[in-house]
Write a protein that binds this ligand. Sequence first.
Ligand SMILES: [Mg+2]
Length: 220
Amino acid sequence: MALDVNWALDWLKLSAQAMAEHRVELIELDRAIGDSDHGENMDRGFQAVLQKLDETPPESPGAALKATAMALMSKVGGAAGPLYGTAYLRAATSLGDAATVDSEALAAALEAARDGVVARGKAELGDKTMIDAWTPAVEAARKAASDGADPVGVLEAAAEAAETGAAATDPLIARKGRASYLGERSAGHRDPGAASTALLLRAAAAAAAGSAGDAGTDAV
Ligand SMILES: [Mg+2]
């Protein structure tokens, strides 16, 4: 089973839903250690993504992610717009214009996205940033793909690792971004970017599980 453009579209729809549903929670997390804008920015950004996809329906998963990158870069302010814009753009480049995505291509795209965030934000693991969700997710995806997992399994492994990684930012002292100005007072709060990364990867897994379910129904 491979994932196609419908998976990408489902992923982005579920992402927009997740950003709307968790908007207040992300605002509260960012209020604690940042400038309170993350929930608002991500919600607005993904509404713009849906609008763009609606105006110009993409023909491949890579094209859908490229459109997402463009919408986020133009609509999301703060640090998150450029970081997520870079992540989706690198993932899009990694996927190219292939019609479908298998487990290895998926793991490679997640790694390209993570590498883009690192290049752009210059954060390392343990700095209390979205990298603390991305890096465990990439490692879990790589392992799942090399163990022979299907794309649903790869994305579920990535989502679970991202959730664990986001939770692990709670006690950390921030060393990058606005939260680092707070020093020790940043400990005791989850990093909002790590939290949103986990939500977006969970949406990717849910979309893949839904696609697999659809394929099963078609086969009957
Ligand atoms: Mg902020």
